[in-house]
Ligand binder design. Structure first.
Ligand code: UGA
Length: 434
């Protein structure tokens, strides 16, 4: 199948490369010339486990190409996938549709033959209809269907998730479009469910899923706080809860609050849609507020550990919003650092992948280090804020030698508390017996 993917970000690029690996002829289209030139020169523009190998293979064999030209990339496509950003409006937090609308208008001019236009970006309900109207207005004789094809890839696991989807949701109102998608995902038909629904239902499924997962995380974070006061252990509690198949074992890991470009944006957009439609979505609204409070609370807990030190040095491990990605957008780690910087503190940071993205945001407000041990050197407290697996391999004895004071705020539950305590550390973690 000939496919054009518009948008080469964290969703578009892995999707384009993954579809090429399945044997399709893919063009990845972006209006950002710098990005396309970098991709054309053989460099991957984002960090995603396993993407580089697939990218190399499929660019070398010509299955995936890159372009900034709608005129060159749209006419031959059987399927055009919209994977452009829908950033939040800074004031209302509703999803901003300007990139979707612009892409719909640009592609409409060049449609030739029957084309399915699939909206993969997370978009407000009824965007499919809006895109359909734009295309029809620009090109009244075009033969096309607009469908909703929401994305469920996790950053850091995008390649793995692409080839092993739990489910594929297709919001399509015509059989012709459904048949094309059935052909596209034929390689997955034995391992995942393909669910055909209306466009509106499909658009809602994406928001409802992300908002539910965000609530689930906030719930386990509250249970972790409760465990700290009751002597229970959050891992034992989560395991016991997760054995109930109605609850499920996943997404019950406590942390410093959920972040990333998706959950904060989508919960806010859903809350906005609830208000707009006059529907009470107070569970989601409470989740958003509690998640904000949690990051303030995490910063306060770290600062409390050094409130007797003048101008303390805080070593921070991790600035990405979670392990496995270089993405710092809406990162709880960065937000906690920013809150702490309002006080008289020095921050020394190390992150295995996110240093460049962090520097672009925090500039010279903190010290950037080349390794975890370098960041820890001379610190009064060590705060672990991102769940990078490599932090688990750090040697606590060496950390103790390097620190000014043996104190750890372990807000990703990285270290063994008993071992840390036996070595003489004061350690604070989330929901664990100390
Ligand atoms: C999320 C969804 O999981 C994907 O299914 C969806 O496709 C994606 O948003 C999207 O809408 O594009 P992602 O943002 O990559 O994926 O991140 P997650 O792995 O879901 O983690 C989100 C946040 O929750 C992170 O800050 C993470 O540390 C936190 N989290 C996650 C926890 O604190 N505890 C958990 O048990 C799980």
């Amino acid at each position: 199948m000939k496919i054009t993917v518009i948008g080469t970000g964290y969703v578009g690029l892995p999707t384009g490369v993954g579809l090429a690996e399945l044997g399709n002829d893919v063009v990845c289209l972006d209006i950002d010339e710098n990005k396309i030139n970098t991709l054309k020169s053989g460099k991957v523009t984002i960090f995603e486990e396993g993407l580089e190998e697939l990218f190399k293979k499929n660019t070398e064999n010509g299955k995936v190409r890159f372009s900034t030209s709608f005129a060159e990339s749209i006419p031959q496509a059987d399927l055009v996938i919209l994977a452009v950003g829908t950033p939040p409006n800074p004031i209302t937090k509703e999803a901003d549709m300007k990139y979707i609308k612009a892409a719909a208008e640009s592609l409409a001019h060049h449609l030739q033959g029957y084309t399915v236009i699939a909206v993969k970006s997370t978009v407000p309900v009824n965007t499919g209809t809006a895109v359909e109207n734009i295309v029809r207005q620009v090109n009244p004789t075009a033969e096309f269907d607009v469908i909703s094809l929401p994305e469920f890839l996790r950053e850091g696991f995008a390649v793995q998730d692409f080839f092993n989807p739990d489910r594929i949701i297709v919001g399509a109102n015509t059989q012709r479009a459904r048949d094309l998608i059935a052909e596209l995902y034929a390689p997955f038909k034995d391992k995942s469910t393909i669910l055909y629904v209306s466009r509106q239902s499909s658009e809602t499924i994406k928001y409802a899923s992300n908002a539910f997962l965000a609530m689930k995380i906030q719930y386990i974070n509250e249970m972790a706080d409760f465990c700290e006061t009751s002597g229970a252990d959050i891992y034992e509690v989560a395991k016991g809860m997760g054995l109930d198949s109605r609850i499920g074992a996943k997404f019950l890991v406590p942390g410093p609050g959920y972040g990333g470009f998706c959950f904060p944006k989508d919960t806010n957009a859903m809350a906005y849609m609830g208000k707009f439609n006059g529907v009470d979505l107070s569970l989601i609204e409470t989740t958003i507020k509690s998640n904000e409070r949690r990051k303030i609370n995490m910063a306060k807990r770290i600062l409390d550990m050094v409130d007797d030190v003048k101008n303390p040095t805080i070593a921070v491990l991790g600035s990405a919003f979670k392990g496995g990605t270089d993405d710092c957008r809406e990162s709880p780690a960065l937000q906690i650092i920013e809150i702490m910087l309002a006080h008289d503190v020095q921050i020394r940071l190390y992150d295995p992948q996110a240093m460049d993205n962090t520097k672009a945001i925090l500039k010279d407000m903190i010290t950037y280090c080349n390794s975890a041990y370098e960041a820890i050197g001379g610190a009064d407290v060590l705060a672990v804020l991102t769940d990078w697996p490599e932090f688990k391999e750090l040697d606590l004895s060496r950390i103790k030698q390097l620190m000014k004071r043996p104190q750890i705020a372990d807000y990703r539950n990285t270290f063994d508390c008993t071992e840390a305590k036996n070595l003489g550390f004061e350690i604070k973690s989330l929901g664990r017996k100390l």
